[in-house]
Design a protein around this ligand. Structure first.
Ligand code: AMP
Length: 279
């Protein structure tokens, strides 16, 4: 497995694969890979002849006050995980390679302005721009995204439809720690007390889910239970807790499937997200 830093080299390798009639899967990541990322890579390896993992902390999806500089990085550990999972290539460009005086970006309205888009208004433009670029560089048959970032998955599916990318988008389930916390590269920011407090995310969602499974149809009642559970935790501060239509992310009054129930919570300074979907 090779680690490649140049766009031209990725293109050369992928063209060669395609000449041989091989299919290509892409797993876009920001690195510091864990079992959640690995599940995407393993799935991609099972469904494609060759798999490219992009490993790039994308500056354009961070606001100036966010954690771009401190975001954890470890390309050597990432390379080992990718090799173990059966990937063929890691694309690990420098920001200058990706954004050489670029003046173009990809913007989406509406579904990027709700949920995480409210507190992170420029985030999804950065995501759409970098993912479009990765799609054009790697030209994959399929690309793999985690349901952990449910809004991102929804945005990417919409972008692929709107811009006619000939790429199948595959959504993959959330991988959790044994105690329920959704795996995330940002979990490394948590100290011991915060790590314990972070369990209020998955715990609150479980309570909400149980309520719905028990027949509760009122979104307000479900969100009430979720917010109450999170608010019991002194280190937690809710950014949002919402239950929205899975397609257009519009708020619902009744728990009408398919829906996404998504939360973002600050644990100390660390902003964590989690969700569940009912289809
Ligand atoms: P990131 O490196 O955080 O940008 O994530 C790269 C990809 O991995 C995204 O599609 C995420 O949704 C996915 N991912 C991150 N954490 C998890 C997880 N715990 N379970 C499943 N997928 C994940």
């Amino acid at each position: 497995m090779q680690v490649v830093k140049q766009i031209s080299e990725v293109r050369k390798i992928v063209k060669d694969w395609k000449r041989q009639g091989l299919t290509v899967g892409l797993v876009p990541t920001m690195g510091y890979l864990h079992e959640g990322h690995k599940s995407l890579i393993v799935r991609a390896v099972a469904e494609n002849d060759r798999v490219v993992v992009s490993d790039f902390v994308n500056p354009t999806q961070f606001a100036p006050n966010e954690d771009y500089e401190t975001y954890p990085r470890d390309i050597e550990a990432d390379a080992k995980l990718c090799a173990d999972a059966g990937a063929s290539l890691i694309f690990n460009p420098e920001p200058e390679e990706m954004y050489d005086n670029a003046l173009t970006s990809v913007n989406m309205t509406k579904i990027t302005e709700v949920l995480c888009g409210k507190t992170r208004p420029t985030h999804f433009s950065g995501v759409c721009t970098v993912v479009s670029k990765l799609f054009n560089i790697v030209t994959p048959d399929r690309a793999y995204f985690g349901q952990k970032d449910a809004q991102q998955l929804c945005v990417i599916k919409k972008m692929v439809k709107d811009l006619n990318f000939d790429i199948e988008i595959v959504g993959c389930p959330i991988v959790r720690e044994s105690d329920g916390l959704a795996k995330s590269s940002r979990n490394t920011y948590l100290n011991n007390a915060e790590r314990e407090a972070a369990l209020c995310l998955s715990r609150s969602l479980e309570k909400g889910k149980k309520l719905i499974e028990g027949g509760e149809e009122s979104v307000e009642a479900v969100l009430d239970v979720i917010k109450t559970e999170i608010n019991k935790e002194p280190l937690a501060k809710i950014d949002y807790a919402e239950l929205v239509d899975l397609e257009d992310l519009s708020p619902l009054v009744k728990t009408k499937k398919p829906f996404l129930c998504a939360i973002a919570v600050y644990i100390g300074k660390t902003r964590l997200i989690d969700n569940f979907i009912m289809e």
